[in-house]
Design a protein around this ligand. Structure first.
Ligand code: 4NP
Length: 160
């Protein structure tokens, strides 16, 4: 495969998936693969379309050197299933919502982010929206872990 496009998906596209997008973009850039791997994010819900990421997510990310400020919320569309090679859900509800709207031929593009983690054995990235700052730190820890594994998997596909 010559290039790969991945889209991270959560509920609102203002906390978890933009965090995953920024972490992955950073890792892809560091690996000098920015011309081969396209990274985006979206939400299954429509409440935060056009909005910047949650302030708490931005603050936690900024402390680790990730800038979420240019990102804006958008909702998953049916066209995304053709456009992206992988749609990577943060939790089971996100994966179920994706599966429901996904044309049958593309269902195997839907994965859970934490499948790619190696240090943290949680199944999902929990929604931090109604909790405290520690939830946002945990989201970043999980994204950093899982994106390393995802990048390894994508590299293998690029050379295959
Ligand atoms: P996210 O977090 O899915 O990680 O972006 C949420 C953002 C907003 C809401 C829920 C979760 N909300 O209920 O508005």
């Amino acid at each position: 495969m010559n290039s790969i496009a991945v889209c991270f998906v959560c509920l609102g596209n203002i906390c978890r998936s933009p965090s995953a997008e920024a972490v992955m973009l950073h890792q892809v850039g560091r690996a000098r693969l920015s011309d081969k791997i396209v990274v985006d994010s979206a939400g299954t819900g429509d409440w935060h379309i056009g909005q910047p990421p949650d302030e708490r997510a931005q603050r936690a990310a900024r402390k680790r050197g990730y800038d979420l400020s240019p990102l804006r919320g958008r909702q998953v569309s049916r066209g995304d299933f053709a456009r992206f090679d992988l749609l990577i859900a943060m939790d089971d509800a996100n994966a179920a919502a994706l599966t429901e709207m996904c044309p049958a031929e593309y269902r195997d593009k839907i994965r859970l982010l934490m499948e790619f983690a190696s240090r943290d054995d949680s199944r999902v990235v929990a929604d931090p929206y109604f909790g405290g700052d520690e939830g946002f730190e945990r989201v970043l820890d999980q994204c950093e872990d899982a994106c390393e594994g995802l990048l390894r998997a994508l590299r293998a596909q690029l050379v295959a």
